[in-house]
Design a protein around this ligand. Structure first.
Ligand SMILES: Nc1ncnc2c1ncn2[C@@H]1O[C@H](COP(=O)(O)OP(=O)(O)O)[C@@H](O)[C@H]1O
Ligand SMILES: [Mg+2]
Length: 225
């Protein structure tokens, strides 16, 4: 059923020109993400995973094709409209956390609501922080937290707006094995508890069992595994 599809793209291509050479980072990509699923995109370095995530999340625009999120077609939107759509419908977790160093964990988590001039749902905030195991770290700065804690704060920041889709690009890439295991288990728990739709990129094959569905990216084209 199409109304169960929260995000889809059709015929998406992304080319990069480097001098004489043209790199096809994405080749004729059509795929969809269902509401409430935990979708994993795996594949080798350079296969186009980050490019696809950036295009699907509106950080970047495709050379051709369309991307529709929550019923809204991103083609034809200007930068301001895409920024608003991202703030309202998208959460993004980066490999290197990207927390603001001068803000406490609490301030970092709430920043998307402040930017979007939206009210804080105190109950959801408390439940989310509890679920991610960071309630006791909220008044600390990123420099006072471990990598695993920083990434859990980054996940809370990406989920606080209850986005249509949470994107995560190699979220365990900077973590040691133990912290990576904790992060993925907590991400899965938050997905189950809050029904959060997730599209996660990883090259770590041991994480694939967490996905409801897995796509493998090869030379710019994702294939369902
Ligand atoms: N801004 C860019 N300019 C030129 N080439 C790029 C750019 N971004 C990515 N690429 C190229 O596109 C391909 C896919 O890159 P990327 O999406 O980062 O792969 P992955 O995340 O799977 O490692 C690679 O060949 C990469 O070198
Ligand atoms: Mg990448």
């Amino acid at each position: 059923m199409t109304d169960n599809i929260i995000l889809r793209c059709e015929g998406v291509n992304k080319l990069y020109k480097q001098g004489e050479e043209t790199i096809y980072a994405l080749k004729d990509v059509s795929m969809s993400v269902r509401r409430g699923e935990f979708l994993i995109l795996c594949g080798k370095s350079g296969s186009g995973k980050s490019t696809l995530l950036n295009v699907l999340s509106g950080f970047d625009v495709p050379t051709a094709g369309k991307v529709i999120i929550g019923g809204e077609d991103m083609a034809g939107m200007n930068d301001r409209q895409r920024a608003k759509l991202r703030n309202e419908k998208i959460g993004f977790v980066f490999q290197s956390y990207h927390l603001l160093p001068i803000l406490t964990a609490r301030e970092n988590i709430l920043s998307p609501l402040l930017i979007g001039k939206r009210p804080v749902n105190d109950k959801f905030f408390e439940e989310l922080c509890g679920s991610l195991g960071i309630t006791h770290r909220l008044e600390h700065l990123p420099s006072e937290m471990s990598g695993g804690e920083c990434q859990r704060v980054a996940v809370a920041r990406a989920m606080i707006t209850q986005p249509d889709v949470l994107f995560a690009d190699e979220p365990t890439g900077n973590l040691d094995k133990k912290s990576a295991g904790e992060l993925i288990a907590l991400l899965k728990q938050a997905h189950d508890r809050f029904g959060q739709t997730i599209l996660m990129v990883t090259h770590d094959e041991s994480l694939l069992p967490y996905g409801d569905r897995v796509y493998r990216m090869e030379n710019g084209t994702p294939m369902l595994v």
